[in-house]
Design a protein around this ligand. Structure first.
Ligand code: ADP
Ligand code: MG
Ligand code: MG
Length: 255
């Protein structure tokens, strides 16, 4: 049983006169076995939240706390966060020249687990997971992210999550360009992870589309750098029907 706790998190980007507060007091708790959807309009700070938890150097934490099972996540290096059991796909470089998917995954698994996975079971695990994600075996020999399509990037992200078996997985569903097939296999990968184990999932999305495949236990509406409403999966249906207009108007009036 794990718990990720975000308390009154404030984050800025930029320096000097250009400094801009993006997160304005985010509160959120994600426990093992729970799937949370964070939904909000473009520019509301959803990716900033993901990057801040990942430890991206561009974002400055100006207040609040993030803990995983009571440990201070904000004091950890990016590697330490992964070893502690946080999965944040965007912590990895966009392209890794000359490094194959296969080597990259093994290196990542070794870093997270503290020892190299046994070769025989590892090769089988990779093959099985790739097959489940409907990935061509030849994909394992390609260089990481080099010329990957949107669907391949997403499948690779879910493949990492499947093999690294994190306690808490944070998925920023930035790619609205996923075709229905990719969306389906990606969602099935997330759902298999949920069924098998005690993972907590934080699914960040602008669109309600993916929530037809992944049913969240909790939905949080995110506007102007904070959570402004919370509910169950029915809240996603309401957002699909009504959009964010009511929340955005309210947030501007109080800004
Ligand atoms: P979302 O993922 O909800 O679309 P983002 O977190 O990407 O929102 O962005 C939130 C706001 O922060 C936007 O107004 C964006 O322009 C701004 N922002 C994000 N990153 C930076 C940055 N590195 N420098 C300046 N502004 C940024
Ligand atoms: Mg505050
Ligand atoms: Mg985003």
């Amino acid at each position: 049983m794990s718990v990720l706790e975000i308390r009154d998190l404030h984050v800025t980007v930029g320096e000097g006169d250009e400094t801009k507060e993006i997160l304005r007091g985010v509160d959120l708790t994600v426990r093992s076995g729970e799937t949370h959807a964070i939904m909000g309009p473009n520019g509301s700070g959803k990716s900033t939240l993901a990057y801040s938890i990942a430890g991206h150097p561009k974002y400055t934490i100006t207040g609040g706390t993030v803990t995983l099972d009571g440990e201070d996540v904000l004091a950890m290096s990016v590697d330490e966060r992964a070893r502690a059991g946080l999965f944040l796909a965007m912590q990895y470089p966009v392209e890794v020249p000359g490094v194959s998917v296969s080597n990259f995954l093994r290196t990542a698994a070794t870093a997270v687990k503290g020892e190299a996975p046994k070769l025989r079971t590892w090769v089988k695990d990779v093959r099985d997971e790739m097959s489940a994600l409907e990935m061509d075996p030849a994909f394992a020999e390609r260089n990481v992210n080099e010329g990957f399509s949107g669907g391949e990037k997403k499948r690779h992200e879910i493949l990492q999550m499947r093999l690294l078996k994190p306690k808490i997985a944070i998925l920023d569903e930035t790619d609205s360009g996923l075709d229905v097939d990719a969306l389906r296999v990606v969602s099935e990968g997330v759902n298999r992870t949920r069924e098998e184990g005690d993972v907590g999932v934080l699914l960040i999305t602008h669109y309600t589309r993916i929530l037809r495949y992944i049913t969240p236990d909790f939905v949080h509406v995110f506007v102007n750098g904070k959570v402004v409403d919370e509910g169950g999966k029915e809240l996603a249906d309401k957002l699909e029907a009504e959009g964010y207009a009511a929340y955005v108007k309210g947030s501007k009036e109080t800004a």
